[in-house]
Design a binder for this molecule. Structure first.
Ligand SMILES: [Fe+2]
Length: 254
């Protein structure tokens, strides 16, 4: 899928994010070329997703929810050329809900599907504290292709490949309007801090969004990372385009 089509699809669906993930949003993302959806602490904001998730192996919830929680926290997905990729979704615990130990949960999954049996492994670690997220990166170093942090709504500048060959970034950032407070309209969001009183309902900020993400290049022999590039496209943030790997990607016309 080209960046242009991804951009137009994102423009179309972005207003839906405030309502959390639904089967309709999943269908929109799949139609736009998304292969797997990872989630986090807002996974159950819409109750109907609890019934839906059991029938959609491409929608993941954090693996360290208690036993018996609907859905899956990891999946092995086949590529068109016959290779396979393991995606693991885990949630941190510092300043977050006290779920099961994410390190033990990830260890258990890596024991079932080690690199070599699968061609690449991506760990999405959804959490608040950079210390816990960086620790997960080093914990997995040499055993997975990439550990990528989510949840903070801002992209960090620490993308790198660790000594053991695992690509890492503390947070890949938000896809949304950065002229906001983590995607919410800034006036109401700021007022909540200034007045310390219940204020008006937070609404999604509708300005020009930025798509944030990363591109990771892996070694076909080892499954480990060769390089990681940040991607920032559109909106208020300085652009970052992985030109070396995607020479045809261009920012949309203003
Ligand atoms: Fe989150």
């Amino acid at each position: 899928m080209s960046a242009g089509s991804a951009w137009s699809r994102f423009q179309k669906i972005r207003g839906l994010w405030v309502e959390a993930i639904t089967d309709t949003i999943c269908a929109e993302l799949y139609a736009g070329g998304i292969d797997v959806i990872t989630t986090g602490n807002h996974i159950w904001d819409r109750r109907e997703i609890m019934a839906y998730i059991a029938g959609d192996p491409r929608l993941l919830r954090p693996v360290n929810f208690p036993q018996g929680t609907p859905g899956n926290g990891f999946g092995v997905y086949a590529l068109r050329d016959g290779r396979s990729v393991l995606v693991v979704n885990a949630m941190a615990r510092l300043f977050m809900d006290a779920l099961d130990d994410p390190f033990a949960s990830v260890e258990r999954v890596l024991g079932m599907h080690p690199l070599g049996q699968v061609s690449a492994i991506l760990v999405d670690f959804h959490g608040e504290a950079s210390s816990e997220k960086t620790s997960m990166g080093h914990f997995c170093d040499g055993r997975v292709s990439a550990v990528l942090g989510t949840h903070c709504h801002v992209p960090t500048a620490d993308h790198r490949v660790f000594a053991g060959g695992t690509a890492y970034m503390t947070d890949v950032g938000m896809c949304g309007d950065y002229d906001s407070v983590i995607g919410m309209q800034k006036v109401a969001a700021v007022a909540r801090f200034v007045r310390k009183l219940p204020g008006e309902r937070l609404e999604v900020s509708q300005g020009e969004p930025t798509i944030c993400g990363v591109l990771v290049e892996t070694d076909d022999e080892t499954g480990l990372a060769r390089a990681i590039w940040p991607l920032r496209l559109g909106g208020k943030l300085d652009p970052a385009l992985p030109q070396a790997a995607l020479p045809k990607v261009a920012a949309p016309a203003k």
